[in-house]
Design a protein around this ligand. Structure first.
Ligand SMILES: Nc1ncnc2c1ncn2[C@@H]1O[C@H](COP(=O)(O)OP(=O)(O)OP(=O)(O)O)[C@@H](O)[C@H]1O
Length: 688
C-alpha cells in the first residue's frame, strides 16, 4: 500500500515543473523513510496483515462497482427498450448488490480505521522511545531553532500522518484497481474517450501541481507550526501560573497568546484563499467533462450501434477512470497536508537519531570501578562553544570524600555537573564516574503522580511494583514487617536493576543508557493497572528494594499501586528524615495525588528531592543548590543525614559554611580556572 503512496507522490514529479521536481521526490522519499519504519519493524506482520485486508476489500469493492455498472446498463436499456423481463432481472441484481454492499462498505471502513490506529500506536511508541532515549528530549532544547514543538509532532502530527497516509494510500489503491478494471470496458465502448482522458488527466495534474502544490504545502506546514506555538504559549501559562500571577503578567501573556493566535489565523486565511482557487480549478476541471460521453457516443446511439445503457455505462466508466487519473488534482490539499506532516516527523526523527549517535570526539566518559569520580584534564565548553567552563581541570574524589563547588553565579558550576551527568560533552579530557549516580537539579522536578511516586522517582512504575513485591516477600519471610528485613541491595544496585528491568519490555527496541541523571534515565515500561490496583507488565525483573531508615509507624498511608506495608514504612521514614512528618496527614497519604509543584513550597519540594536521594542511596550523589530554599538549621540537618547515608557526594552551594559537611572545596577562579582546597583550609581562609 505504501508503495502506491510513494509512487503517487513520485508521480507528482513526472508531471510537475522542473523546479518542483526535486522537492516532490524529496517529499516522497521522506514519506517512505517514515512510513517504512512500521513496515519493517518487529510489528510488521500486523502491518502487512492490515494492508492485505485493505487490498482484499478494495478488490471486492471494484468487483461490486463493475457489477453495478452492468446492472445499471441493463436497467436503463431495458427501460428504454420496454423489456419487462430485462428490467426485473436488473432490479434483482440491484437488490443483491445493495445487500452485499452495506456490510462490505462497513467492513472496508472498519479495516481502514484499524490500520490507522495500529500504525499510529506503533509510530507514537517509536517516537516516544526515541525521544526518551539518551536524554534526547533534553538535547533537543539545546538548539531550539532545530525542532519546534516536538510534543505536537509526537502527538498530533503522528495521528494526522497515519490517518492521512492511510486515507490517501487506500483510496489510491482503489483508484488504481478501478482504473484498470474500467479501462478495458471504456476502451471497448469508446476508445477516443479513453485517449482523451489520459491527455486530459496528465495536463490537469501538471497544472495543479505546478500551480498549487508547493504553495499549499508550505502554508500547511506554517499552520501546523503556528498552532503548536499558540498551544505551547498556553501550556507555559498553566505551568507557570503562580509566577505570572505574582508578576501580574496577565496582560502580557494574553498579548503574547493573542499575537500567536493572529499569526495562526493570518496563515489559515492565506491557506483558505489558495484552497478556494484550487477548488475553483478542480470544479472547472471536473465539470468540463460531464457531457463528454453523450457528445462522443450520441451519433452511434442514433444509428442503433449501441444501446441506451451503453452511454451511461461509458459515462460511469469514464468518471471512474477520470477519478483515478485525476487523483492528484482532486486531492492536492490532503497531499500537501501529508507532505507537511511528513516533513515535521522526518525532521524530528532525523534529529533524534543524530543525537543518539552523538557528536564524535568531545569529552570522554569512562566507568569507574571503585566508585570514585575523576576528572582528567577536563576542558569543557557550552554546547555551541560560546564559553569555556573549565580548562585542563583534574581532580579525583574517592568514596568517603565529598566536594563542595563554589563560585559566582554563571561561572559554570552546574555546567560541570551537566558534564558528569553526560548531558554536555563539548570539550576534551575525560570523566571517570560510576554508573550509579543521582543528581538533584536546581529546580526540583515534581512528576505527575502520587506522593509515593514523588519519593521513588525516577523508578519506573515496574520497579516500584517490584520493590513493593520484594518488600512484601521479605515481610512474609521474617514475619515481622520490619523495614530492615527487606531487600538491602542499596540504591546503587537498585538503579542498575531499574535499567535492567527495562530490558524486559518486548516493546523497547532501543536500549536506553542506564541511569546517570536522576531525572532522565527512566525506562519505558508498559503497564496496566490491574483490578486489584497493583501494576503489572510484560516480563519479570529482579526484585528491587532499598529500605534504609529507621521509621515510625502510625502516620496515614495509602495502599495504592505498588504499595506494601514495608515499603509504606520506608517511605514514611524518609519523610521523617527530611522533616516532613506531617505531610502525609496533610495531603491524605502516600497515594494522594495533587499538583505537587504548586501545593508544596519550594523548600518542601527540595526536601522531597532529598528524600528521593536517600531512597535511592546512590554511590555518588550530586546536589545542585538542592537545599537553597531551606533555613540553615534544616539544611544542616539534611546534610548530616547525607553524611550518614551517602559514601560520596558533590554539592553546589552559595552558602560557604556548607563546606563543614564536605572534605574538599572546588572554587571557581574565573576564566575557566578552578582551585581545589581541603574543606579545613577553605573554612580557615573564610574565617580569616
Ligand atoms: N544551553 C546553554 N547554551 C549556552 N550557554 C549556556 C547554556 N546553559 C548555560 N549557559 C551559560 O553557561 C554559563 C554557566 O552556566 P551554569 O548554569 O553552569 O552557571 P552556574 O555557575 O551554575 O550559575 P548559578 O550559580 O547562577 O546557578 C552561564 O553563563 C550560562 O549562561
Amino acid at each position: 500500500m505504501e508503495m502506491e503512496g510513494a509512487s503517487l507522490l513520485q508521480a507528482v514529479t513526472v508531471t510537475s515543473a522542473k523546479g518542483s521536481q526535486r522537492s516532490s521526490l524529496a517529499v516522497a522519499s521522506r514519506w517512505w523513510s517514515v512510513a517504512r519504519l512500521w513496515w519493517r519493524s518487529g510489528d510488521r506482520r500486523r502491518a502487512w496483515t492490515y494492508v492485505g485486508a485493505c487490498a482484499a476489500f478494495s478488490l471486492a469493492n471494484v468487483g461490486l462497482l463493475l457489477w453495478i455498472s452492468y446492472a445499471q446498463n441493463a436497467l436503463q436499456s431495458s427501460l428504454s427498450e420496454k423489456q419487462a423481463d430485462g428490467f426485473y432481472a436488473a432490479i434483482r441484481d440491484y437488490v443483491v448488490i445493495i445487500i452485499m454492499a452495506a456490510p462490505l462498505f462497513a467492513l472496508t471502513d472498519y479495516v481502514d480505521s484499524c490500520l490507522t490506529v495500529a500504525w499510529r500506536r506503533w509510530l507514537t511508541q517509536h517516537m516516544l522511545r526515541t525521544y526518551f532515549a539518551h536524554h534526547a528530549y533534553f538535547k533537543l532544547k539545546l538548539d531550539p531553532q532545530a525542532i519546534d514543538n516536538p510534543d505536537q509532532r509526537i502527538c498530533e502530527d503522528v495521528r494526522a500522518f497515519c490517518a492521512t497516509s492511510v486515507g490517501l494510500t487506500v483510496s489510491i489503491m482503489r483508484k488504481v484497481f478501478n482504473g484498470v478494471a474500467f479501462a478495458g470496458l471504456l476502451w471497448s465502448l469508446a476508445p477516443s474517450l479513453a485517449v482523451f482522458l489520459i491527455i486530459y488527466a496528465v495536463g490537469g495534474t501538471w497544472i495543479t501541481v505546478s500551480g498549487f502544490g508547493r504553495r499549499l504545502m508550505h502554508l500547511t506546514y506554517s499552520v501546523l507550526q503556528r498552532e503548536a506555538d499558540l498551544r505551547f504559549a498556553l501550556v507555559r501559562v498553566r505551568e507557570n501560573a503562580e509566577s505570572i500571577a505574582f508578576y501580574s503578567g496577565d496582560q502580557r501573556e494574553r498579548e503574547l497568546a493573542a499575537a500567536r493566535l493572529a499569526s495562526v489565523i493570518a496563515t489559515i486565511f492565506g491557506k483558505v484563499r489558495w484552497e478556494a482557487f484550487l477548488s475553483l480549478w478542480q470544479n472547472t476541471y471536473t465539470y468540463a467533462t460531464i457531457l463528454l460521453p453523450s457528445l462522443l457516443l450520441h451519433k452511434r446511439y442514433f444509428k442503433g450501434e449501441i444501446r441506451f445503457g451503453d452511454i451511461s455505462q461509458a459515462s460511469f466508466a469514464m468518471h471512474t477512470i477520470e477519478g483515478a487519473l485525476s487523483y492528484i488534482v482532486n486531492h492536492l490539499a490532503e497531499i500537501s497536508q501529508l507532505a507537511a506532516q511528513t516533513d515535521r516527523l522526518d525532521a524530528l526523527l532525523t534529529t533524534l537519531v543524530a543525537q543518539q549517535e552523538g557528536v564524535p570526539g568531545g569529552v570522554l566518559r569512562k566507568p569507574s570501578s571503585d566508585g570514585s569520580v575523576v576528572l582528567e584534564k577536563l576542558t569543557l565548553s557550552t554546547p555551541h562553544g560560546e564559553l569555556t567552563v573549565c580548562k585542563d581541570l583534574s581532580l579525583a574524589l574517592a568514596p568517603g570524600q565529598s566536594l563542595l563547588i563554589v563560585g559566582p553565579s554563571g561561572v559554570g558550576k552546574t555546567s560541570l555537573m551537566r558534564a558528569v551527568a553526560g548531558l554536555w560533552s563539548s570539550g576534551s579530557g575525560a570523566i571517570v564516574a560510576p554508573t550509579d549516580m543521582f543528581f538533584l537539579p536546581q529546580r526540583p522536578y515534581m512528576p505527575l503522580g502520587t506522593l509515593r511516586e514523588q519519593l521513588t522517582f525516577p523508578d519506573s512504575y515496574a520497579a516500584i511494583a517490584r520493590s513493593a513485591a520484594a518488600a512484601a516477600a521479605a515481610v512474609d519471610e521474617t514475619g515481622d514487617g520490619a523495614p530492615g528485613a527487606s531487600a538491602t541491595s542499596g540504591g546503587g544496585a537498585g538503579r542498575g536493576k531499574r535499567g535492567d528491568g527495562g530490558n524486559d519490555s518486548g516493546e523497547d527496541e532501543n536500549a536506553e543508557q542506564l541511569g546517570t541523571a536522576g531525572g532522565g534515565a527512566r525506562r519505558l515500561a508498559i503497564l496496566r493497572a490491574t483490578a486489584s490496583g497493583s501494576y503489572r507488565r510484560a516480563g519479570s525483573g529482579r526484585p528491587e528494594g532499598s529500605s534504609m531508615l529507621a521509621v515510625g509507624a502510625g502516620s496515614p498511608g495509602g495502599s495504592g499501586p505498588g504499595s506494601s506495608p514495608a515499603q509504606d514504612e520506608e517511605l514514611r521514614g524518609l519523610l521523617d528524615a527530611v522533616m516532613l512528618p506531617k505531610l502525609l496527614a496533610r495531603v491524605g497519604g502516600l497515594d494522594a495525588e495533587v499538583d505537587w509543584a504548586h501545593v508544596l513550597s519550594l523548600g518542601e519540594q527540595q526536601r522531597i528531592s532529598v528524600a528521593r536521594l536517600l531512597h535511592h542511596k546512590p554511590a555518588v550523589a550530586f546536589l545542585d543548590e538542592a537545599t537553597s530554599a531551606l533555613d540553615a538549621a534544616t539544611e544542616q540537618a539534611l546534610y548530616s543525614r547525607l553524611q550518614e547515608h551517602c559514601a560520596c557526594f558533590i554539592s553546589i552551594a552559595h552558602r560557604k559554611q556548607l563546606a563543614a559537611f564536605h572534605t574538599h572545596v572546588l572554587e571557581a577562579q574565573g576564566e575557566g580556572a578552578w582551585r581545589l582546597h581541603t574543606a579545613e583550609d577553605y573554612l580557615r581562609q573564610l574565617s580569616e
